[in-house]
Each structure stands twice: as structure tokens, then as C-alpha cells.
Design a protein around this ligand. Structure first.
Ligand SMILES: [Zn+2]
Length: 164
């Protein structure tokens, strides 16, 4: 018998308090003016009184997009996403290269490069590596710029500059 595609919600438990997660429409958390009310979330059954952990579900198979996260971890994951996006959006690498590069840096397999599964520690590492990389690239660009400036000011420098 072949593997049946899962279309039923997963049974997961809150990693913070151990309560069972409830499968709820996004409006349960975001309210009725949620941007995409047809999407679903896994929400801790302690929500919102005693626990605020939840995680989004994939539309196509209803499986959780990662591990349930409290507001702090959700925020850190957003920051990690932004840090990674900055690398490829600023044109240092392609999106794929960025993810492959970060996987190597974090000692993960490429298929493990899902920020939804990242711990706070991995998020912080990811952010730091991205920030260091961009800082380094900016310094290199500055040095290159200074070299071109020096060349253009030196005698015959203009020719040299235009020759390249
Ligand atoms: Zn909980």
C-alpha cells in the first residue's frame, strides 16, 4: 500500500507547557480581520490565558510549518528570516545559495534550513552570521572604492581606471 497523503491535522503538544495543540483557523488568534482567515494554526490549548504558543499550518497538507513558538521565539524567527532575506535581496547571493551557505555555517543539512524549526539559539546564530557577512562585504566594497579613487587621482590613473 502506498503512502496516503496526510490531509488530517497532526497531533502535537506544546513544547512550553505540554498541553495539546488545537487546530484552529487563523482568525482564532488574529481576529476576524485576519489577512488570510482560511489558513490554520496549531494553538496551545492554554492560549491565550496561560500560554501564547502557536505555529502556522501548511495549506496543502495541514502539517505544522515548524515547532510551536511563544511570542519571543516568533519574533526572533522573524528577525532571522529578515537577516537571511537581506543577503539575497541585496544581491550577495541567490536565495538558494543563501540557504545552502547558512546550512553549512550552522552545520545543518539543506533540508533542515527551515526557520520554523529553529530554536532561539539557531536564530541568534543565523542573525549574527548574516550581519557579520554584510559588514564584511561593505568593508570590502569600501576598500575597493578607495582603491579606485586613489587610482583615478594618481598620474595616468584615469586611463588605468577606464581601461578596466
Ligand atoms: Zn503551551
Amino acid at each position: 500500500m502506498g503512502k496516503r497523503k496526510k490531509k488530517t491535522p497532526a497531533e502535537i503538544w506544546c513544547p512550553y507547557c505540554g498541553r495539546k495543540a488545537m487546530f484552529r483557523p487563523a482568525s482564532y488568534v488574529y481576529g476576524d480581520d485576519s489577512i488570510r482567515p482560511e489558513t490554520f494554526l496549531y494553538v496551545c490549548s492554554g492560549y491565550p490565558k496561560t500560554c501564547d504558543a502557536y505555529v502556522g499550518a501548511h495549506d496543502h497538507n495541514l502539517q505544522p510549518k515548524g515547532t510551536m513558538a511563544d511570542s519571543e521565539l516568533r519574533h526572533t524567527r522573524i528577525m532571522a528570516h529578515r537577516a537571511l532575506d537581506a543577503i539575497w535581496k541585496q544581491g550577495y547571493m541567490t536565495r538558494n545559495e543563501t540557504y545552502a551557505w547558512m546550512a553549512t555555517k550552522l552545520n545543518l543539512r539543506f533540508k533542515e534550513m527551515h526557520i520554523g524549526f529553529f530554536s532561539d539559539y539557531l536564530c541568534q546564530e543565523c542573525i549574527k552570521i548574516c550581519e557579520d557577512y554584510i559588514k564584511q562585504q561593505e568593508q570590502l566594497n569600501k576598500k575597493r572604492g578607495e582603491r579606485i579613487k586613489r587610482m583615478s587621482m594618481a598620474p595616468g590613473g584615469k586611463e588605468e581606471r577606464y581601461a578596466t
